[in-house]
Design a binder for this molecule. Structure first.
Ligand code: HEM
Length: 456
């Protein structure tokens, strides 16, 4: 555990929870990477099942109450380190570096959103029932309280999604997805970037409903904009495996969302918790897929497109950072090299050496070139530094640097890679939670990700 941070104390009460499960608390200080810690701990298997870990929500008490209490209170947060009360998971992580998590053994341990709202009991307190409100009863109701929301508080998309969705119907879904993505990744590392892109193209049209996976005449998948999408066979393989253990339970949209997260982690990117319950849509039209940005738009169009998905300018700049890995067909960028905007000349904004490199690399439209000019196989913030050096491959990438609405964010992410790393997980979680209620209402759990179950 020490590789994650300093373990301050561990407490496992004699009592079990009401459902007979063991539970306990581990208190950390100086956590370097909370998301990695949660990811790793949630993959630990013990004899009786799996460990389910969550970050307990922290609260601070007002000075009057705090003064009466033991200085060791695990709820107390020193005044001088209080973050903004609406701070995200990421900036709470940065502000504190001190977390509690509550592991509990057992396959059917509750792991839905409610877990995250529990108050941890003081390890030395007599009252350590899992469902006990701890010392809340003694609180001064007038005392100011600070509730720090975590990323997980924002994830429920109007109640359509939950962390415990497959808890009874397919408890192994996440581990099957993770195993399969890892297997495919070992065979072909380039698939990880393709899965992330596939997920974006799914969520950008009708929300995350697996509509990109439908393979019939005139479907999104057959659109011009989808021509170079890859990774469909990975989703089909995962679906077939999951159907063996839990037939008809897990949607293709959920599989793609989790696979994209696992692919990000395999590339060295952040982990984020995925809530489940997406339905597979029955509608998929190529014309809709052609509305997904192609790399030739202006920033206003990109901002508007993101706004239509419920995402903001920060999400736009941060998610474009996915271009830190992966590649583009030269056909997407050749016009920048020879005849930019009908001038018969290259795009003047391109760095000269980079232009030379691209001219040599992109002789044929069918050739491929890395999206990140310097570290194409590493998930890092170099992509933003490249933009600052006029070495962005797609015009839409380069415009993030020149437009005053986005350039300050590029500068921040270039200077602080850890901010990019954490915010990428936050923005990806938002992307994965885009749902269109009417499509969800009419949706289904497909048996085969390539076709709707039945038209009628
Ligand atoms: C501003 C919006 C975006 C535009 C205009 C855009 C455009 C593109 C283009 C033109 C390509 C190259 C496709 C090809 O020629 O094969 C590409 C690749 C890629 N995009 Fe984006 N993209 C955007 C947003 C995103 C987002 C939000 C993600 C993921 C979260 C993403 C992930 C990727 C990845 C990983 C690749 C490489 C795929 C591979 O190697 O197979 N993109 N993007």
């Amino acid at each position: 555990m020490s590789k994650y941070g300093e373990v301050v104390d561990v407490y496992v009460p004699q009592k079990r929870s009401r459902s007979g499960k063991r539970f306990g608390f581990v208190r950390f200080r100086g956590v370097r990477d909370l998301q990695r810690l949660l990811y790793d701990v949630n993959r630990v298997h013990v004899e009786t099942g799996v460990i389910r870990a969550s970050v307990a929500q922290m609260r601070t008490k007002g000075p009057s109450t705090a003064a009466k209490e033991n200085q060791q209170s695990i709820y107390r947060i020193p005044d001088n380190t209080r973050p903004h009360p609406t701070g995200s998971y990421a900036n709470v992580a940065q502000a504190y570096g001190e977390y509690y998590y509550q592991p509990a053994h057992g396959k059917d341990q509750n792991y839905d959103g409610s877990t995250y709202h529990q108050q941890p009991n003081h390890p030395e307190s007599e009252n350590n029932e899992e469902d006990s409100p701890g010392d809340q009863e003694n609180e001064d109701p007038e005392a100011p309280q600070l509730t720090i929301p975590t990323l997980l508080d924002n994830l429920f998309s109007d109640g359509l999604l939950s962390f415990g969705h497959y808890h009874n119907t397919c408890p192994n879904a996440e581990s099957i997805i993770n195993r399969k993505v890892t297997e495919w990744f070992k065979k072909d590392k380039t698939l990880a970037a393709s899965l992330m892109r596939l997920h974006f193209h799914d969520c950008a049209v009708n929300g995350c409903d697996g509509s990109i996976l439908l393979n019939h005449e005139g479907s999104e998948r057959t659109a011009e904009a989808s021509k170079t999408l890859r990774g469909f066979e990975v989703i089909d393989d995962i679906k077939a495996e999951i159907e063996k253990s839990c037939p008809g339970a897990v949607s293709c949209a959920d599989i793609l969302t989790a696979a994209s997260r696992d692919a990000t982690v395999l590339l060295g990117g952040p982990y984020w918790a995925v809530p489940y319950g997406r339905k597979d849509g029955k509608v998929s039209n190529d014309k809709d897929a052609d509305l997904v940005p192609k790399g030739i738009e202006d920033i206003t169009s990109l901002i508007e497109f993101y706004q239509s998905m419920g995402l903001n300018v920060l999400d736009l700049v941060v998610l474009s950072g996915a271009h830190t890995i992966g590649r583009a067909a030269c056909g997407s960028v050749q016009y920048r090299l020879y005849n930019f905007k009908g001038t018969g000349k290259p795009d003047p904004s391109l760095d000269e050496k980079y232009l030379n490199f691209l001219t040599r690399k992109c002789r044929w439209a069918s050739d491929y070139v890395d999206l990140d000019a310097t570290t194409p196989r590493t998930f890092d913030a170099e992509y933003y530094k490249n933009l600052q050096k006029n070495m962005g491959l797609l015009p839409t990438d380069q415009l993030l640097q020149s437009d005053p609405r986005t350039s300050p964010i590029v500068a921040t992410l270039a200077a602080a890679p850890s901010v990019f790393y954490h915010q990428f997980g936050v923005s990806m979680a938002k992307l994965g939670n885009i749902l269109v209620p009417a499509i969800q209402d009419a949706g289904e759990i497909r048996t085969n990700c390539n076709a709707v179950n039945s038209k009628y």
